[in-house]
Design a protein around this ligand. Structure first.
Ligand SMILES: *[C@@H]1O[C@H](CO)[C@@H](O)[C@H](O)[C@H]1NC(C)=O
Ligand SMILES: *[C@@H]1O[C@H](CO)[C@@H](O)[C@H](O)[C@H]1NC(C)=O
Ligand SMILES: *[C@@H]1O[C@H](CO)[C@@H](O)[C@H](O)[C@H]1NC(C)=O
Ligand SMILES: *[C@@H]1O[C@H](CO)[C@@H](O)[C@H](O)[C@H]1NC(C)=O
Length: 529
């Protein structure tokens, strides 16, 4: 519904409601002597479209001739167009009242009753209201016709004042059985300098929920009760029920015999929220072996459904589970956890092999869509001093031979892949950006400025921008890493690989496996070239 339509609907509803409340549609009406009273005709035409002169109010009764009521004909009775007001109404105002507009006539029959002197309300005028328990109970003293004249409103329950205010006292709550009673609103209103009371009374009756519930026993479906032999127990079976539902025990053995059990009477009670509970006790005096491990069944039943609860007596101090079941359970639990631990240990030990195996199996390739050119940028000491010969050979020969030719990766080795000349620093930066990993070959002599720059750019990206992952290869044992930037200490130790000369040469060595594990997954079969 559109906003405007919705507003329109609301407006129409309000209009209907207010006109309904204010006009007098019933034909036979009872009024209370001494209180203000009015009759209002609900015309389909607005008052101002009808000349007041065409509206006539006529009163007739057994003892009176028909008599037209005119404005000013009585100090108590006032005529305003479609409305006739009494300030107040008296017992000799009884009779028929007619309103004539053109050819239309509407007639009401008015009955005036005496005030009950002993009560705050009059029985004949009580309006009955039936409320289901737990549903909303609302009592509203508002009277739309007199509302603008109200000085004060008091609300009484069974003639005891429960609220008073110059606004509209109202009750809105979930109905409880204790809410039942007579609620009387007394509106004190001003008219022509006099105070009048307008009272109306509701006879509120709270009834139980009309929808029947399914009986439900309280507690778990199977209950173990610990007992000592020779003692006396009472099994208490309680259910949430409807008023007429039954609760009973089944304690006979298969052959119909019983032991020492005694079934108690059904006791029912109603809570203040209107719920019925039913209890029945099964008493077992002097518990014997035969009472143990037998299912005492309690049943709550109505025509629509049943609920059953089993009570089983067990010897005090005994585990709820039979011991062999318990033992078997423990053994199973221990072996399952042991298996889990073993599996976890194996997974951790062979993590690298498992990952490589998995990559092979799925041919996973994480290099396809990242837009990078190289799989790794290799950083090492470039100055060709004689003592660095091995390191140089490792970086420009061994690494490419294995990673590129055997495993199909693409490396960026500055010395090999970048033409001499140009701005070295910028170039290194952009090459590192194009690479997925930064491989740093560490050794004692890893000190040159240029290498330091590579290192720091890469580290910065790895640790701050998290763009590139670093693999450190300890080519010769490095005892003192103090010359390295501090951030290097943050690298996880498994990203540092130790080169172990001959031992590491084979393609199947742990060194290469670990290196492959740290390299991006690439769908290339080993030994492709
Ligand atoms: C109020 O309601 C109760 C229950 O419905 C009924 O028994 C009683 O007669 C009513 N009282 C009056 C005054 O109508
Ligand atoms: C209600 O009436 C009393 C007595 O006439 C007056 O003193 C009081 O101010 C009135 N209260 C309101 C809210 O009109
Ligand atoms: C109005 O009702 C109150 C009690 O609620 C009473 O004390 C007062 O006298 C009544 N006034 C009239 C004019 O009936
Ligand atoms: C049985 O249990 C219900 C609910 O817990 C309780 O209200 C009732 O008093 C008990 N009956 C006896 C005899 O103990």
């Amino acid at each position: 519904m559109h906003h405007r339509e919705w507003l329109l609907t609301l407006w129409v509803l309000l209009l209907i409601r207010s006109s309904e409340e204010a006009c007098t549609s019933r034909d036979f009406i009872t009024a209370l002597e001494g209180e203000p009273f009015y009759l209002k005709y609900c015309s389909s035409l607005p008052v101002h479209e009808t000349a007041p002169s065409t509206i006539r109010w006529v009163r007739s009764s057994k003892s009176h001739e028909p008599m037209e009521l005119k404005a000013g004909s009585s100090p108590r009775i006032t005529v305003h167009g479609y409305t006739l007001e009494f300030w107040p109404i008296e017992s000799d105002d009884e009779g028929n009242y007619s309103l004539k507009v053109g050819n239309d006539t509407k007639t009401w029959t008015l009955n005036v009753v005496r005030r009950n002197k002993t009560k705050c309300f009059t029985e004949e005028l009580v309006r009955s209201r039936l409320k289901e328990v737990e549903k909303v109970l609302d009592i509203d003293c508002e009277n739309s016709y007199y509302q603008h004249l109200v000085n004060q409103t008091s609300l009484y329950k069974n003639c005891e004042k429960i609220a008073e205010s110059n606004k509209n006292p109202l009750i809105r709550k979930d109905a409880e059985f204790t809410d039942q009673g007579y609620y009387t609103c007394v509106l004190s209103i001003h008219h022509n300098g006099k105070l009048f009371n307008v009272t109306h009374t509701y006879n509120v009756t709270i009834v139980k929920g009309l929808g029947a519930i399914s009986p439900a026993l309280l507690g778990p479906k199977r209950r173990y009760i610990e007992v000592e032999l020779g003692s006396e127990v009472e099994l208490n079976c309680t259910a949430l029920v409807n008023e007429d539902d039954q609760v009973y025990w089944v304690y006979q053995r298969d052959d119909g015999s019983t032991l020492n059990e005694h079934e108690g009477n059904l006791t029912k009670f109603l809570t203040s929220e209107g719920k019925w509970f039913a209890s029945r006790i099964l008493k077992i005096k002097n518990v014997i072996e035969k009472n143990l491990n037998f299912s005492y069944k309690c049943t709550a039943i109505n025509t629509a459904s049943t609920d059953i609860q089993n009570f089983i007596l067990i010897k005090q101090g005994r585990a709820d589970l039979p011991s062999h079941v318990f033992r078997r359970g423990i053994i199973t639990a221990i072996s399952v956890s042991a298996a889990v631990v073993c599996l976890t240990v194996l997974c951790v030990l062979y993590r690298v092999d498992l990952v490589l195996f998995y990559r092979n199996l799925t041919e996973r390739d994480e290099t396809l869509t990242d837009g990078k050119t190289y799989d790794a940028f290799v950083s090492y000491l470039k100055e060709c001093r004689p003592e660095n010969g091995e390191e140089h050979a490792f970086a420009v020969e061994t690494l490419p031979r294995v990673l590129e030719e055997h495993f199909g990766y693409k490396l960026c080795i500055f010395e090999r892949d970048v033409a001499p000349g140009g701005a070295v620093v910028d170039e290194i930066h952009s090459l590192i950006e194009k690479s997925r990993r930064l491989i740093i070959v560490l050794s004692k002599s890893y000190m040159s400025n240029e290498v330091r720059y590579e290192l720091e750019t890469g580290l910065h990206e790895a640790l701050v921008e998290r763009k590139i992952k670093i693999i450190l290869i300890e080519f010769t044992p490095v005892s003192d890493l103090a010359f390295l930037p501090q951030s290097l200490e943050l690298l996880k130790s498994h990203r540092v690989l130790k080169w172990k000369a001959e031992k590491s040469l084979s393609y199947n060595s742990r060194f290469w496996k670990n290196l492959l594990y740290l390299m991006p997954a690439k769908a290339v079969k080993p030994g492709r070239k």
